[in-house]
Design a protein around this ligand. Structure first.
Ligand SMILES: [Zn+2]
Length: 454
């Protein structure tokens, strides 16, 4: 490319600089991974404090002005360093808290003792998201002494428990975080050797439905047949959430279409553990189904348990339903659609109440413009192949929070994970070869954004 903002020599130099930095990056990643910074209430929060402090120390060593902020939740680390006069500012996000590990028996090596096997580094947080922190450090170190852009680093301490205080942090410290481009390093690449930008995330609403038909439980032999128990209308209501193909049947919910990537049923079965003989449900391409269409999943039911049940017409039952939303859906409009659906589909005049338990907006990037072009070029420099645009079927509340707070910024959702990373599961791991590409790409991205004409 003759009109590229970097020369081939500049690209090669930066890649070799990053390669030379990797042993130190790896050592610091292992040290961070040894801190069991589980943000869930039931765990010792001293470790989350320690991981915030360790992160702050790493940033201070690169010359950033660093503070640890708390707005009613876990400690977040904010660091800043100016770039050349007039240069754009890039904000780099990651989180230093981790998920619980579950039973240690499920791990092949202790979760907080980082261990390398077959080119992967195993440990809770080794990928999600302490590798995200270290990718940012790698980019800073690669440009030590001559940063091409201003850099703000924001490392959250409660992503794994829902980022509850993030809106307050953005409200009170938002000016410090303002940037022209935001890199959120907490997603995944498409496959080993195939980088990706995550351009859509689904939103979510979660509702609790209670159906009541009787003012008290009664003998099922005396009245059953004429008097409906509460489960009878409830199962019909829940069944009405899907059509015969398995698509969500709630009228008025939006659907989108995924980008055209190869993803076949065999891979879906393999990755999800779907049993032989069990059908795949829904319509449209598989990626459209898991990234761009709504879902409705009954995730809990309060009713007598099998063990303690008696021969009674149950007067009242409740169900919690998690509804994932198309990336561009408005959660409030979805909530109205769900309420209308429930009112229409609860049979026999049963009393039904529904309340909104949780909601979060999705994300649909307009992934065009100079920063996206430079990001794609940086990925291509690092991997030798162009990145693909992917969706993620889950919801990452902080992405929508940043998009709302900084509508003018280009938001890049990148990641250190690959399909075998098992973030949140036992034997979480980081592919070390891919991690070096991630670090190279981020260092190159800063150079490229800094070299944009202004
Ligand atoms: Zn994460």
């Amino acid at each position: 490319m003759t009109d590229d903002v970097l020369t081939a020599d500049q690209i090669a130099d930066l890649k070799s600089t990053v390669a030379g930095l990797m042993p130190g990056i790896r050592a610091d990643l292992e040290a961070l991974t040894r801190i069991p910074s589980i943000s869930l209430d039931a765990f010792d929060q001293a470790h989350v404090e320690a991981s915030a402090e360790a992160t702050a120390e790493l940033l201070r060593a690169e010359g950033l002005d660093v503070e640890i902020v708390r707005e009613g939740g876990r400690p977040a680390v904010i660091g800043h360093i100016d770039g050349p006069a007039g240069a754009p500012t890039v904000m780099l996000y990651a989180h230093h808290d981790v998920q619980p590990t579950g039973s240690d028996d499920l791990w092949d090596s202790p979760p907080f003792e980082p261990t390398e096997r077959d080119g992967r580094l195993y440990g809770r947080g080794a990928a999600d998201d302490k590798a995200g922190i270290m990718a940012h450090l790698a980019a800073l170190r690669a440009h030590r002494g001559s940063l091409p852009v201003g850099v703000t680093v924001f490392v959250e301490g409660e992503e794994e428990i829902g980022s509850d205080s993030l809106p307050t942090i953005l409200e009170r410290h938002g000016e410090k975080l303002r940037a022209d481009a935001i890199v959120l390093a907490d997603s995944t690449n498409w496959a080993i050797g195939e980088p990706a930008l995550t351009t859509t995330l689904r939103g979510l609403i979660r509702v609790v439905i209670t159906v009541t038909t009787l003012d008290h439980g009664i003998h099922s032999g005396m009245f059953g047949g004429a008097v409906p128990d509460a489960m009878m209308p409830m199962v019909r209501l829940l069944a009405s959430l899907h059509d015969d193909s398995g698509d969500v049947a709630i009228e008025g919910l939006r659907s989108g279409v995924a980008s055209d990537l190869d993803y076949d049923e065999a891979r879906l079965r393999e990755e999800s553990g779907l049993l032989d003989g069990v059908d795949v449900v829904g319509t449209g391409s598989l990626l459209t189904r898991i990234w761009n269409k709504p879902t409705a999943t009954v995730i809990g039911i309060d009713a007598p348990s099998v063990a303690t049940s008696s021969n009674t017409l149950v007067p009242s039952v409740s169900a919690k339903v998690s509804i994932r939303l198309a990336p561009d859906e408005d959660p409030q409009e979805a909530w109205a659609a769900v309420q209308a659906h429930i009112a229409k589909h609860t049979p026999w005049g049963a009393k039904v109440e529904v309340h909104l338990d949780d909601q979060g907006a999705g994300f649909a990037a307009d992934a065009r413009g100079p920063v996206y072009d430079q990001a794609r070029a940086a990925f291509t420099d690092a991997w030798g192949v162009e990145p693909v645009d992917i969706g993620v079927g889950g919801s990452i509340p902080f992405v929508a929070a940043f998009a709302e707070r900084f509508p003018e910024a280009a938001i890049l959702v990148t990641g250190v994970e690959d399909p075998d990373a098992r973030a949140h599961g036992a034997n979480e791991s980081l592919h070390l070869g891919e991690f070096q590409r991630v670090c190279e790409a981020e260092a190159l991205l800063l150079a490229r954004v800094g070299a944009l004409p202004r």
